[in-house]
Design a protein around this ligand. Structure first.
Ligand SMILES: C[S@@+](CC[C@H](N)C(=O)[O-])C[C@H]1O[C@@H](n2cnc3c(N)ncnc32)[C@H](O)[C@@H]1O
Length: 278
């Protein structure tokens, strides 16, 4: 597997500030994914909790978590994302609800006290950047979590990405060749060796990859959800549905219900796991 280098996700997200704040509001697909994430957060995050949000980005979930828990620490590898998060929380008048902002790499959370959080929220794919350190990232979160605490983990789904990027596959094959295209589809790995034309190095996962990472005596998998499942319909179709509020409500209801089906788990844009530390 490719070697993790923190400079790649840091540089990528330092250059992506404006896009990140609207990533789940500018499309109906994003809206559906947001609603599934919120359903999970509302179920597991309680008022009394001390929460770490790692890979918080511009603050799409920070702005919700500030109202849901007792103390919130916001971390990200990208200083630009943390600055944007601070600015966005300031604009919303909730900056004083964030306990602390920390520049943190998921691969090394040693600057945090062990056993100090009731919940860790790591959604939107920070783990997908860790390459050979994916297991290290899981262990780092478990180290900082109290016994009985939960990690809410979201990873980018390989199958959903391939479906949505299908139209780019012919160009991909032309640019990278058949062997490298096959590598990407089979492994989900966009790494230095096989994808030299990008610096967005990441590992898009199937649920088998994530299940293997979480197959640990120290954790119990409480729930798995597909987020953004019905987004595969396409924006034009979703916009037509959204024009009729009753119809949109029905589709949202189905998204939330079907996101729990075992057969749907790989089809959302992100696969959400709720794991409890024993
Ligand atoms: C797609 S964004 C998701 C942001 C936010 N969680 C959300 O769902 O909107 C991924 C975030 O993970 C952060 N990230 C990537 N690799 C990371 C790492 N190794 N440690 C901490 N954060 C990381 C990026 O800087 C970026 O802000």
């Amino acid at each position: 597997m490719a070697t993790y280098d923190p400079k790649f996700p840091r540089t990528h997200y330092d250059n992506l500030v404006d896009d990140e704040w609207t990533r789940l509001t500018r499309t109906r697909h994003g809206e559906l994914s947001f609603l599934v994430h919120m359903d999970v957060l509302r179920t597991y995050i309680k008022e009394s909790m001390s929460v770490l949000e790692i890979g918080a980005g511009a603050g799409i979930f920070t702005k919700e978590l500030v109202h849901m828990c007792n103390r919130l620490v916001v971390g990200d590898i990208s200083k630009a994302q943390l600055d944007a998060n601070r600015a966005n929380m300031g604009d919303l008048g909730v900056l004083n609800c964030v306990g602390e902002y920390r520049e943190l790499d998921l691969a090394d959370l040693s600057s945090l006290h062990p056993v100090s959080f009731d919940a860790i929220v790591c959604v939107g794919g920070p783990l997908n950047y860790l390459m050979e350190k994916e297991s290290v990232g899981i262990q780092q979160m478990l180290r900082t979590l109290k016994s009985g605490g939960v990690v809410i983990l979201g990873v980018m789904s390989l199958i959903n990405s391939v479906v949505r990027l299908m139209r780019f596959l012919p160009a991909l094959k032309r640019n990278r060749g058949m062997a490298n295209t096959r590598w990407l589809l089979e492994t989900g790995l966009q790494d230095q060796e096989h994808s030299p034309d990008t610096e967005h190095f990441c590992h898009m996962m199937t649920s088998i990859d994530a299940d293997a990472l979480l197959d640990l005596d120290s954790v119990e998998i409480v729930e798995k959800r597909a987020a953004g499942l019905l987004g595969m319909a396409g924006e034009e179709e979703l916009n037509a549905v959204k024009a009729d509020q009753d119809l949109w409500n029905l589709v949202v209801e189905r998204e939330l219900a079907w996101s729990k089906l075992p057969g749907a788990i790989d089809l959302g844009d992100n696969i959400l796991y709720v794991v409890r530390k024993r």
